[in-house]
Design a protein around this ligand. Structure first.
Ligand code: FES
Ligand SMILES: [Fe+2]
Length: 378
């Protein structure tokens, strides 16, 4: 994002603050509660049209730096095995043996040139080729090994991540519809994974998605964590196609009024949230990014991984720096858990029939747009 764009956004925030208001949609909207139940084939449609298909950044490059390293990830299409082969090329495979379907790799990460299935020891190299079958000539005399490599899914490396379901830069930028320029600006390839926290929440993914696109709840739901650092109910949301960017100014934004505009830096005085369709969120702070990857497991369960990406340290971290980052990650997790607890509470009440629809107020207009984008893809 260039300086002019940052100045425009900061001025827009000042204007809203002076008028004691926030970005408002034209009207109040209603969201049919059936959207959140995933019934009558809806959940399967959502998986096929969105999660199993759209480009998704499942791995940060710093998780797969070495040649012959690997990482496994749980996705909506099942367990995935990401490898970097001996030539440095990244691959993504279904983590499933081609003999009788056992999960091939159990470890979360490591280094390996070959993977051996625990059931009957069929072995694959890290380019996915089936390399050996015990008693192969005797037991499988006519089998063509070249046709039985691991099932590969296209992936590319861009903006610091390995994106599944993306086969070229062009296709990815097409999908990002302009958000790619912002991702470039974030320089996430200069960051590294500090740590991750993973948990399964008993809530439909759309309930969780709603919670990430408004600040109307901050003062109440986050009163014990981050609310004191932010303005009440003040944010700006822009869409790049189906992807949203929300700017949440910190209370310190006011200090910019005394500085010349060419010294204004948005990241120093606000949080930026990028919510990429279907459900990747980058919560951008001053010098680091919290990456929140959500994977629906069923209509009522969503796995959420919160990863702190921090500036790659030039030397081993001192104890105090390590503790500072650890605390930072813990505060993020605690704050987001407040959102996810509420999502679980909403899920519990869904089937009661008390609401046929939820109400999106004028400061929750982004939620209405989000669901319109989702519906358009189903
Ligand atoms: S299922 Fe993998 S070797 Fe048999
Ligand atoms: Fe929240």
């Amino acid at each position: 994002m260039n300086n002019d764009q940052q100045i425009t956004l900061i001025n827009a925030l000042f204007t809203l603050k002076d008028k004691k208001t926030t970005q408002l949609s034209e009207q109040v909207n209603f969201s049919d509660c059936k959207r959140y139940l995933g019934e009558d084939g809806l959940f399967e449609n959502e998986m096929n049209a969105l999660f199993n298909k759209l480009p998704t950044p499942y791995i940060h490059q710093s998780q797969l730096t070495e040649n012959n390293s690997f990482v496994t990830v749980q996705a909506s299409i099942g367990s995935l095995l990401f490898t970097r082969d001996e030539n440095g090329k990244a691959h993504a495979f279904h983590n499933v043996c081609r003999h009788r379907g056992t999960q091939l790799v159990d470890e979360e990460s490591g280094c390996a040139r070959r993977f051996r299935c625990p059931y009957h020891a069929w072995s694959y190299d890290n380019q996915g080729n089936l390399s050996s079958i015990p008693h192969g000539e005797q037991c499988f005399p006519s089998l063509d090994k070249t046709q039985l490599g691991l099932k590969e899914i296209p992936c590319i490396e861009r903006y610091g991540f390995i994106w599944l379901h993306a086969s070229s830069d062009l296709a990815l930028d097409d999908f990002l519809q302009g958000a790619g320029a912002d991702l470039q600006w974030l320089n996430m390839d200069d960051l590294e994974v500090f740590t991750s926290t993973k948990k399964v929440w008993r809530a439909n993914w759309r309930i969780i998605a709603d919670g990430g696109l408004e600040t109307y709840h901050f003062r109440f739901a986050h009163k014990n964590t981050i609310a004191p650092f932010f303005h009440d109910n003040l944010s700006i949301v822009d869409f790049f196609g189906p992807h949203a960017r929300m700017i949440l100014p910190r209370s310190s934004l006011e200090s910019l009024a005394k500085k010349p505009q060419d010294k204004w830096a948005l990241r120093e005085h606000s949080h930026l949230t990028y919510a990429l369709m279907p459900m990747t969120t980058f919560l951008v702070q001053h010098n680091h990014v919290e990456w929140i990857q959500s994977t629906p497991l069923s209509p009522t369960e969503t796995q959420i991984t919160i990863t702190t990406l921090y500036p790659a340290p030039k030397a081993p971290l001192t104890d105090s720096d390590f503790n500072m980052w650890k605390l930072n990650h813990a505060i993020t997790v605690k704050t987001l858990d407040e959102d996810f607890e509420i999502a679980q509470s909403i899920q519990k009440g869904l089937k009661s029939g008390a609401n046929e629809s939820f109400i999106f107020g004028r400061s929750e207009g982004a939620l209405h747009l989000l669901h319109q984008h989702i519906e358009s893809k189903l």
